[in-house]
Write a protein that binds this ligand. Structure first.
Ligand code: NAP
Ligand code: MG
Length: 411
């Protein structure tokens, strides 16, 4: 048995992701590792039961323990409120955790020689770095039911000096958003210079660490204050502190508008880190995952400025597959991203605690999983897009059993 010196923060989830979570623990992890976790059940029912306190407790546990692993969770919408009889439309646990850790999410496809990306020029994986704070994920919204005026207002706290546009008044600022002549909708969002700087720093450091080019995109021509602020902070930090180090490392940094960057990315050979604002990163990481194969093979890690790591899969709770599973069917759910969530967390725990056996276990399991796929053993989602297409796929459980058996016979 491989021992753990310190626990991980473990966050359980919903639906098919929860099913995979327990399969992985029981089949691949606990036979070999004396698993120590602080368990937080972020399943929809328990979030309702605890008034979502469990999500906040879990995020604090990641900060305290330094490492967390999270399963996918339902972000409730109106339909989920009805389905689970929720007292509130609880916020997205991921958004809560991201904002409490104020980190950057790095999502990278797990690649296999036998699965060619749908974009044939992409020879190397693209890592999407998603800013994990603010924007629409912390937005406040309202329905506008009638005619009226919407204003955006900022009021400085007492004693603060408003160095606003004219530099004199300290009463703050207020501007018209829109004069509504008919019903509509309204949204306000924000971000923080400190968070943007933390995002820029994580991305610049990660690029240096990985030795890969860094791309950054916003829409500053349209959003001349909001997005421009991202651009100024990011480019300022690069110019001031990273330009020379990038040159020494032989990597480059470039900035472009998001729409232009999408076009450039599609035509690229891959192999770069793409720093995206929160929403852009949400969308682009799913696009990149789809090009490389399945959402089920997209790994993800949230890194806080203090160096706390939270591992997760990029996919959701795979509701469609869960319905099939409940009916006794065999959904083609790929367990690899969830498996890499666990191995990522265990490897990091091993690095932090100085227990290399744990990190070696993680490396070995990942190597076995990739090797199995490359030898033709995989779930249906990958089979259909691999060089082995036409062969039958295995179930998640069958795949995990093969991982376990291969590991057991290797030690
Ligand atoms: P999803 O769970 O990611 O699934 C979308 C589709 O992607 C699936 O129907 C499936 O395609 C494919 N897919 C995803 N993971 C897969 C896997 N492991 N193996 C094989 N195929 C996979 O997204 P969703 O259906 O839009 O969202 C379902 C729920 O998840 C929602 O309640 C949402 O709030 C939540 N969600 C949570 C997170 C998170 O916690 N990180 C992220 C996203 C969504 P096919 O149906 O074509 O097989
Ligand atoms: Mg998403």
């Amino acid at each position: 048995m491989i021992r753990m010196s310190n626990p991980l923060a473990e966050m359980d989830g919903d639906e098919m992701a929860r099913v995979l979570w327990w399969m992985i623990k029981e089949i691949v992890i606990t036979p070999f590792v004396d698993l120590r976790t602080e368990y937080y059940d972020l399943g929809m029912e328990n979030r309702e039961r605890t008034g979502d306190r469990v999500t906040h407790d879990a995020a604090r546990a990641v900060r305290r323990l330094g490492v967390g692993v999270k399963s996918a969770t339902i972000t409730p919408n109106a339909q989920r409120v009805e389905e689970f009889g929720l007292s509130r439309m609880w916020p997205s646990p991921n958004a809560t955790i991201r904002s409490m850790l104020d980190g950057t999410v790095f999502r990278q496809p797990i690649t296999f020689a036998c699965v060619k990306p749908l974009i044939p020029t992409w020879k190397e994986p693209i890592t999407v770095a998603r800013h994990a704070y603010g924007d629409i994920y912390k937005g406040v919204e309202m329905k506008v039911p009638c005619k009226g005026e919407a204003r955006l207002t900022f009021k400085p706290d007492p004693g603060e000096v408003w160095g606003g546009p004219d530099g004199t008044a300290d009463a703050g600022a207020s501007m018209e958003v829109h004069r509504f002549g008919s019903p509509g909708v309204l949204l306000a969002m924000h971000n923080l210079d400190e968070s943007i700087a933390g995002f820029a720093k994580s991305c610049l450091e990660y690029a240096l660490d990985q030795g890969r080019d860094l791309w950054f995109s916003t829409k500053d021509t349209i959003s001349k204050v909001y997005d421009h602020n991202f651009k100024d902070i990011f480019l300022g930090m690069y110019e001031d502190s990273y330009k020379g180090r990038f040159a020494d490392r032989g990597i480059s940094f470039k900035y472009s508008l998001i729409d232009d960057m999408v076009a450039q990315a599609v035509k690229s050979r891959g192999g770069f880190i793409w720093a995206c604002k929160n929403y852009d990163g949400d969308v682009m990481s799913d696009m990149v995952a789809a090009v490389y194969g399945s959402l089920g093979t997209m790994a993800s890690v949230l890194v806080s400025p203090e160096g706390h790591y939270e591992y997760e899969a990029a996919h959701g709770t795979v509701t469609r597959h869960y319905r099939l599973h409940l009916q006794g069917g065999k959904p083609p759910t790929n367990p690899i991203a969830s498996l890499f969530t666990w191995t990522g967390g265990l490897r990091r725990r091993g690095e932090l605690d100085g227990t290399p056996e744990l990190s070696e276990f993680a490396d070995a399991v990942e190597g076995i999983a990739v090797g199995l796929v490359e030898s033709g053993v995989m779930t249906g989602d990958l089979m259909g897009i691999s060089d082995y297409r036409g062969r039958p796929g295995v179930t998640a459980e069958e795949f995990l059993v093969k991982v376990r058996d291969a590991y057991a016979s290797s030690v």
